[in-house]
Design a protein around this ligand. Sequence first.
Ligand code: CTP
Ligand code: MG
Length: 179
Amino acid sequence: MTAGLVWTVVTAVWAVLPAYVPNSVAVIIDGGPPIDGGRSWRGERLLGDGKTWPGFLGGTLAGLGLAVALNLLRPALAPALPSFPAPVAVTLPLGAMLGDAAGSFLKRRTGRERGARFPVVDQFGFLVGALALSLVVDPGWTLATFTPTVLLVAVVLTPLAHRGTNRIAYRLGLKGEPW
Ligand code: CTP
Ligand code: MG
């Protein structure tokens, strides 16, 4: 790998970390009152029991905390990596959890039970949510950070990271399915 590609990969991983971590933290928190309050729409749950308030809020706060930690580490670690301005330190994790919930909304509308697979939506829902909300709130930062090459690397790495972390969570007994 050329140094340029290594740098692009490092930048992509760094920039998406505050959007990746909320999901894993939500899996660990696991449980609590469902966001949809148990309500159904057209015979199916609005979101389902897999989307809880503790998972949503805990995941969002964990991602925010991670963005703050990365900001603090950055000067010593690699000053050339992007810092996370306050708005995107919120929108990356919040958008990720909203995208994840939107994915569950789509799964219920298409008759998929909690935990059922929905390729593409399962892997990319949170990334799309994180980037879309960040683009709205801080378009300058989002476009400058997620250049076409960084975005391409993030899109390639996301399903791999998703699969890896979900398998680990399954083996640890944190998740009912390995996807
Ligand atoms: N989780 C949570 N609250 C959230 C998101 C996730 O409590 N807002 C927890 C739940 O315990 C959930 C687990 O993380 O079961 C795994 O998340 P995910 O795979 O997204 O949920 P599923 O249970 O597969 O449900 P769905 O089919 O709606 O995606
Ligand atoms: Mg799932």
